[in-house]
Write a protein that binds this ligand. Structure first.
Ligand SMILES: [Zn+2]
Ligand SMILES: [Zn+2]
Length: 416
């Protein structure tokens, strides 16, 4: 029979790597609750329309990268490529905008995009993120950036840099886009095929192009931050003041446009140089019209999403204190049930314990003890049984003592 492999761009996560994932997930849950975020879990697949309307039908994500399929009833469904549109959909559908306070959510989970797999980029990848609703203030954007920046600091991700920009609003963006189109048309022949197409469909995305000649040419194009309306300009200034209050160092990078259409005003990225080149680990911004676009009330929003694979690659080895583990060993198979009873006592006290069920001798059991990195081995032999004792071997110190069964509880309290 042929072996069956996992689909391209997906992978299995298991010990010891899984330890980093659990560490990161624990940190996310603990850290963001400091700012009163509550977890939300939305479905892995949604109606395709949610993403074409929410993210924008002209974006790369919607045009090229979605896993879209028909179910047996002929509905068009899509594996979620990101989570913000789903969170907004869930808030509208469950009336959370009226019923919850504060309107702050965090999420952790897999997302799906049909992209070329490479190191740190998978087709099933994982993101965590936060969303805050119903707060127009630039200060809440600053708080979101502060929370993101300090989170990366707390998990010891080095070389991080905050870059901010503004992508304007419905008042100032259309006029700017016309100016941008005119400038791009003048240089049309020098741009790559993709960018030539973008001039009409989504000219902002020219700033995202990785093609070197496009980068050079677009450097001279007009910038959104130079064409903001009064309201957006004030918002951008207030954002910067608040970042200074929160002691977050930042750089203005007018090329940040974000890949998704729903952003308004604040857009930001946090990069890290820990993998060599400066790489974005996290991005976000404000999306004041998304709820409206999805048929919901006029509720503004702001947040970020972070790729977990990249963060995991950057994570130093976890110095998390491991729980101590006990191997329960028996001298001969006649003592199996006595050993099992002892194991049960340990498990029911919340202690990590393990025993082998078909080992013929102690030596074999000790070998397994090495493989589970046991801190102690409890040995039951005929003699121990007769005297109601347990022989306890400290595997690191290589010392052995004998304790009475009735002193077991006290010994566990002191040593485990
Ligand atoms: Zn504006
Ligand atoms: Zn290009």
């Amino acid at each position: 029979m042929n072996k069956i492999a996992a689909p391209k761009g997906t992978g299995d996560i298991y010990f010891p790597e899984i330890g980093k994932w659990q560490y990161l997930e624990d940190k996310i849950r603990n850290y963001f609750s400091r700012f009163l975020y509550k977890e939300i879990r939305t479905p892995i697949f949604e109606h395709s329309e949610l993403f074409s309307r929410g993210i924008g039908s002209e974006t790369d994500v919607v045009q090229k990268e979605m896993y879209t399929f028909q179910d047996k009833a002929g509905r068009s469904l899509t594996l979620r490529p990101e989570n913000t549109a789903s969170v907004v959909r869930a808030a509208i559908e469950n009336n959370l905008f009226n019923e919850m306070f504060p309107l702050r959510f965090f999420y952790i989970g897999p997302m799906f995009r049909y992209e070329k797999p490479q190191k740190g980029r998978m087709r099933q990848f994982h993101q965590f993120g936060i969303e805050v609703f119903a707060d127009k203030s630039a200060r809440v954007d600053a708080e979101v950036i502060y929370a993101a920046f300090n989170f990366l600091k707390e998990i010891h991700l080095c070389g991080t840099e905050v870059e901010i920009s503004s992508v304007g609003c419905g008042q100032c963006r259309p006029g700017f886009l016309e100016k941008l189109k005119t400038a791009a048309k003048e240089q049309e022949k020098e741009l790559c095929g993709e960018c030539q197409r973008r001039i009409e469909t989504n000219p902002l995305r020219i700033f995202d192009c990785k093609n070197e000649s496009c980068i050079k040419i677009s450097a001279a194009f007009p910038k959104m931050i130079e064409h903001l309306c009064g309201e957006c300009d004030t918002h951008f200034a207030e954002l910067q003041t608040a970042l200074q209050v929160l002691k977050v160092e930042y750089k203005i990078n007018p090329r940040i446009v974000r890949g998704l259409d729903y952003y308004t005003k604040t857009a930001f990225e946090i990069t890290s140089n820990q993998l060599g080149a400066q790489n974005a680990v996290l991005g976000g911004g404000r999306y004041d019209n998304l709820s409206n676009e999805l048929g919901g009330p006029d509720i503004v929003g702001t947040g970020f999403a972070a790729g977990m694979e990249r963060i995991i690659l950057h994570l130093q080895d976890i110095d998390r204190k491991q729980r101590k583990t006990i191997l329960v060993a028996y001298q001969n198979p006649a003592l199996l049930d006595h050993a099992l009873r002892l194991c049960e006592t340990l498990w029911s006290s919340g202690i990590h314990a393990y025993m082998e069920y078909d080992a013929k001798n102690l030596k074999k059991q000790f070998k397994k003890g090495d493989r589970i990195s046991a801190d102690y081995t409890f040995i039951l032999g005929d003699e121990e049984l007769q005297h109601n004792t347990i022989s306890v071997k400290d595997m690191k110190a290589r010392e052995q003592i004998t304790i009475k069964q009735e002193d077991l509880e006290q010994w566990l309290k002191t040593n485990i």
